[in-house]
Ligand binder design. Structure first.
Ligand code: C2E
Ligand code: CA
Ligand code: CA
Ligand code: CA
Length: 290
């Protein structure tokens, strides 16, 4: 019965796939009742290692090759099927399971990148981190251990952190980020431009890349202000010597615009949706076309 309850909640949740805000609005009435069920299922998922990592390629525009991928977690539930991260990450962040889930994702992603390297394909893998993972005192040690265990060269790992994490005045987060960077692991700012007006964190943290949020990219080419903002972010990244990646690229005109203004990489459905490791490996063997 527990599982049926959770299952119903997830099926309801899936109806709204694609817009996570519904979780907090349309389903608010249900949330209190279904949350404990979902939480129980999530605990089991951690124990049974039900998480699978999907990969979305980042296309390097100047060379037309794929040099990096983003690792995106999926919950492969035995009865419910594939559950999207926006259905459970918020809960895992609330109840502390995100640490354990994050470690499983990191391990799989590093392992996979190591396998690609063994096959002669050098691919940088980017893993999303939540604030909580950085607040744990041993955040950097977890990363160092995982790199050691999997044998992945440090420069092939990158961590994606949102702006809001860097704006928290938390000395643990700050020292963990600096230690991670000292390992030679990259730090990328996710959803860049959506968080806060202050850019002062770019001075305080050893950032290596910016990811322009999808909300700016979707306005290209029609919205003059989105075009101007995207250009300004690219110019800023170039002058700060940061790599710049555009997220959520869906149209050829957007790719063309981004190439013209020297954006380094594009990620989005135009190139590929997130896919399982096997499918990504197949893609890597073929020329990119759109
Ligand atoms: P994100 O880090 O901003 O990841 C990008 C999201 O945009 C992914 O959703 C991806 O599938 C989607 N996307 C990619 N290209 C396009 C496009 O062209 N158009 C549109 N409309 N969407 C596109 P996904 O995989 O559902 O992940 C959602 C969010 O869940 C991620 O947003 C990230 O914040 C979080 N997440 C995913 N995996 C992990 C993880 O392992 N750990 C943590 N802490 N969070 C994760
Ligand atoms: Ca991300
Ligand atoms: Ca993002
Ligand atoms: Ca996002």
């Amino acid at each position: 019965a527990l599982l049926q309850g959770a299952s119903r909640a997830l099926i309801e949740a899936k109806k709204f796939a694609g817009n996570h805000y519904h979780l907090y609005t349309d389903e608010l009435a249900d949330k209190d009742a279904t949350q404990p069920l979902l939480e129980g299922a999530l605990r089991k998922a951690v124990a049974n290692r039900e998480f699978e990592v999907y990969y979305q390629p980042k296309l390097h525009l100047a060379s037309g090759t794929i040099r990096g991928v983003e690792a995106l977690v999926r919950w492969q539930h035995p009865q419910l099927g594939l559950v999207e991260p926006e259905r459970f990450i918020y809960l895992a962040e609330e109840n502390g399971l995100i640490g354990a889930i994050g470690e499983q994702v990191l391990e799989q992603a590093c392992q996979q990148a190591r396998e690609w390297l063994n096959d002669g394909i050098e691919i940088r893998v980017a893993v999303n981190l939540s604030a909580q993972q950085l607040k744990q005192g041993d955040g950097a040690a977890v990363i160092e251990r995982t790199l050691k265990r999997t044998g992945l060269p440090h420069h092939l790992l990158e961590l994606e952190l949102t702006e809001s994490i860097l704006l928290e005045e938390n000395s643990r987060i700050s020292s963990t980020i600096h230690r991670i960077r000292e390992l030679g692991v990259g730090i990328s700012i996710d959803d860049f431009g959506t968080g806060y007006a202050s850019l002062s964190y770019l001075r305080r943290f050893p950032v290596s890349a910016l990811k322009i949020d999808r909300s700016f990219i979707s306005g290209i080419p029609d919205s003059d202000s989105d075009c101007a903002l995207a250009r300004a972010i690219i110019a800023m990244a170039l002058s700060l010597d940061l790599r710049v990646v555009a997220e959520g690229v869906e149209l050829p005109q957007q790719a063309e615009f981004l190439r013209r203004f020297a954006c380094d990489e594009i990620q989005g459905y135009l190139v590929s949706k997130p896919v399982c490791a096997r499918e990504l490996t197949e893609q890597l063997g073929q020329p990119v076309s759109f």
